[in-house]
Design a protein around this ligand. Structure first.
Ligand SMILES: *Cc1c(COP(=O)(O)O)cnc(C)c1O
Length: 392
């Protein structure tokens, strides 16, 4: 839980702008109330079961484990959720909260379009408007997701300022939100940003870790030795980790994109190479350029392409309760193909980072040990990109 100032240790924090601070306060109070209400709990439970398809299974990847020749590798199958990733878990919560607060619209930014699609889905389901701000460069690059959002009824606002990507889309979405604080709610796409978003998104994602712990115990009679998840902003990882935080014998490992290598400028390994700083209104580890501004970052997985990281992860690193490793673009593509060819599961490029690390570390472990990987999403969105990069 964060402090009254919205801090996890020294990370996170509340927004200074007075009008926004008032809006954030309304969301925080509403969130803390709603999660205690029996009607909300029942509705969330019903939607998780009958709409998302929860609980998602735990799967023992026998062929992949044998191939690596060490620890047993298991997957928490968030890729099987409706819309194909973990993001629907917090979008349903955010949209239910918006309705409860009497809002008629949710506003968000999206980079690759994954958050936009999950939010547009939840908004369609609840009959509420959805406005998605997206850089013009991303709109071109992520065309299938743009089409999905449009079909789902979302309004897309193209942002042509600056580089025309995620950062400008965040600024544009926040500007619109400032003019509509009474009728709209901002819906952030990861466990980051000012309070109460890290707490709220983690809470809605914690279902992943709690399910996984119980399922793993039932299936194997014990807990995994390692729990592994990819880290962009940190929502799928914190959701998974939250089920195991008290289990001191379970090692928690977040995997960041090393891109073209940690010794090149083209990566997004915030935890490995970042410094304590500030981005988009909260404190965390962050990659800065020479001017002290958030640096341009690179990963082949657009969902991991962010120079900051959630405040809870920043604290878990300092406390050494979790460790943060990285996987390169190349290792990620190899893991993508390995899972596709050995298990018939095409993973998201984001998730493939966690798989790449698991395959590497499994070799150093014994066959009676186990690794549980959060398979955060499916890779249908990435197939054309991968076909371009891999010789088949
Ligand atoms: C968005 C996304 C991520 C990265 O976001 P986190 O908040 O770090 O979880 C990872 N995997 C998939 C499939 C995504 O869509």
């Amino acid at each position: 839980m964060p402090s009254d100032e919205g801090l996890y240790g020294e990370y996170g924090g509340k927004i200074g702008h007075p009008d926004l601070a008032k809006a954030m306060q309304e969301i925080e109070v509403g969130f803390r109330e709603i999660i205690k209400e029996p009607d909300f709990i029942d509705e969330m439970q019903r939607l998780r079961e009958t709409y998302v398809g929860r609980p998602s299974p735990i799967y023992h990847a026998q062929r992949l484990s044998e191939h690596c020749g060490g620890a047993q590798i298991y997957f928490k199958r968030e890729d099987l959720n409706h819309t194909g990733a973990h993001k629907i878990n917090h979008c349903l919560g955010e949209v239910l909260l918006a309705k409860k607060l009497g809002k008629t619209k949710v506003i968000a930014e999206t980079g690759a379009g994954q958050h936009g699609v999950a939010l547009a889905t939840a908004a369609a389901l609840m009959g509420i408007e959805c406005e998605i701000h997206m850089g013009v460069v991303d709109i071109k690059k992520e065309h299938p997701n743009v089409s999905r959002m449009k079909i789902l009824g979302a309004k897309i606002v193209p942002v042509s300022e600056g580089a025309g990507t995620l950062k400008e889309a965040v600024d544009s979405a926040f500007n619109t939100y400032l003019g509509e604080l009474d009728s709209s709610m901002f819906a952030i796409g990861s466990a980051l940003g000012p309070a109460p978003y890290p707490e709220m998104v983690s809470y809605f994602q914690s279902v992943v870790g709690h399910e996984a712990r119980a399922q793993f115990l039932t299936t194997t009679g014990r807990l995994p030795n390692k729990v592994v998840a990819c880290v962009g902003g940190g929502s799928n990882a914190i959701g998974m980790f939250s089920g195991f935080l008290e289990d001191e014998d379970v090692a928690l490992v977040g995997v960041e994109p090393a891109g073209e290598g940690l010794d090149t400028p083209n990566h997004a390994a915030t935890m490995s190479l970042g410094v304590k700083g500030e981005i988009h209104g909260f404190k965390c580890y962050v990659l800065l350029d020479e001017q002290g501004e958030p640096a341009p970052v690179h990963s082949i997985a657009s969902g991991l392409d962010y120079p900051g990281v959630g405040p809870q992860h920043s604290l878990l690193k300092d406390l050494q309760r979790a460790s943060y490793e990285s996987a390169t673009d190349k290792e990620c593509l190899e893991a993508f193909m390995a899972l596709s060819r050995m298990e018939g599961i095409i993973p998201a490029l984001e998730s493939a980072h966690a798989i790449a690390y698991a395959m590497k570390v499994a070799k150093e472990m014994s066959p009676d040990q186990s690794i549980l990987v959060n398979l955060s999403g499916r890779g249908d969105k990435d197939i054309d990109f991968v076909l371009d990069k891999v010789d088949l």
